[in-house]
Design a protein around this ligand. Structure first.
Ligand SMILES: Cc1cc2nc3c(=O)[nH]c(=O)nc-3n(C[C@H](O)[C@H](O)[C@H](O)COP(=O)(O)OP(=O)(O)OC[C@H]3O[C@@H](n4cnc5c(N)ncnc54)[C@H](O)[C@@H]3O)c2cc1C
Length: 305
């Protein structure tokens, strides 16, 4: 028999919000997190937009939320989910040797930043190749840095990085940015940020002794140039994280868990919320809406003692 009403995989914003809401509604919940609570926003010191009533700093926001979840009586397991399988009356989650059984499964395992997939990226990981402007920005104080991407995350992080780096160059594949107008305006107005469009990164250049030293680019005419840079941050999209799911869960060609009306996956009693699911809106308010909706759906199915 299941021990929990629901097992939530992931303590990003979606998973934490769902755990908090479920606890408030009297559901017995276990959460499983492989790293530390917070997910993608753990590295964002200045959120924009900020969900109403929350602090604007990602680590503070998620710290508060994690405390609320602990107070709600949820069982928090610090472990990596390896497999899940349907069992009599629910779902069994295997995480670092521990088996948890819940009547419902809430998949909130989010997404990771997509890699560029170019030579040098793996070689200089942690020696110039980074994904967190606020964590690694201070290490390149006054030096040149590159951001890759044309969306919200790239433009938002360029402004954060410019507080540390001497000069920030944004490299975009497209002709014009996809970022929101307010982020584009902030970048354009910033004297230390430059935008170069219609280029792609072909290699990250460096040496074993110096770490990365330049970003090699190719423009639309095929011209190759090396842009001197001490660091590179790629914000070129997200990849859903759900490797632990068995193949009978329907996923789209990007790996996102396919949900139908009401956040139901293709498997009964299993739900997907936040950045791991198809059709996710992208922002924290969307993750919050998912968390509320999934708890409401489960409540209509689980008798609360
Ligand atoms: C650079 C950047 C800046 C952003 N800034 C903003 C902003 O300012 N405002 C805004 O509204 N939105 C912002 N977003 C979007 C926001 O980050 C997402 O909406 C939100 O993080 C989605 O939350 P999530 O819980 O679905 O996923 P995630 O944040 O990815 O959390 C998933 C969690 O699941 C865990 N997990 C994964 N696999 C396993 C496993 N096998 N076992 C156990 N645990 C596992 C992960 O460790 C992680 O903690 C930003 C996104 C990026 C990339």
């Amino acid at each position: 028999m299941p021990t929990y009403d629901a097992i939530i995989i992931g303590q990003g914003y979606a998973g934490l919000k769902a755990a908090k809401k479920a606890g408030e509604q009297g559901l017995k919940v276990a959460t499983v997190e492989a790293m530390f609570p917070g997910g993608l926003i753990m590295s964002i010191n200045e959120l924009h937009p900020v969900p109403q009533g929350e602090p604007p700093c990602g680590p503070e926001l998620t710290g508060n939320l994690a405390m609320d979840v602990m107070d709600s009586g949820a069982q928090n397991v610090s472990a990596q989910v390896g497999t899940v399988r349907a069992v009599d009356g629910g779902w069994e989650v295997q995480a670092d040797g521990e088996a948890l059984v819940g009547r419902h499964l809430i998949i909130a395992s989010g997404a990771r930043l997509r890699k560029l997939g170019v030579p040098g990226e793996a070689d200089y990981e942690g020696r110039g190749v980074s994904s967190c402007a606020d964590c690694d920005g201070p290490l390149i104080h006054g030096k040149p840095a590159v951001i890759v991407g044309g969306g919200d995350a790239a433009f938002q992080e360029a402004v954060a990085l410019a507080a540390y780096a001497g000069h920030v160059t944004i490299l975009m594949r497209g002709e014009s940015p996809r970022a929101r107008a307010e982020f584009v305006e902030a970048v354009v107005a910033h004297p230390a940020i430059e935008v170069i469009s219609c280029v792609r990164v072909s290699e990250i250049v460096g040496s074993p002794s110096e770490g990365m030293t330049a970003v090699r680019t190719v423009d639309g005419q095929g011209s190759v140039s090396d842009l001197p840079s001490s660091a590179i941050f790629a914000f070129v999209g997200l990849e859903p994280v759900a490797d632990f799911l068995p193949p009978d869960f329907a996923r789209d060609d990007q790996g996102a868990v396919i949900v139908t009306d009401g956040l139901r996956t293709s498997q009964p009693g299993a739900w997907a919320i936040g950045a791991v699911r198809t059709g996710f809106g992208g922002a924290l308010v969307d993750a919050d809406a998912d968390a509320h909706a999934v708890v409401a759906a489960i409540l209509s199915d689980v008798p609360v003692a």
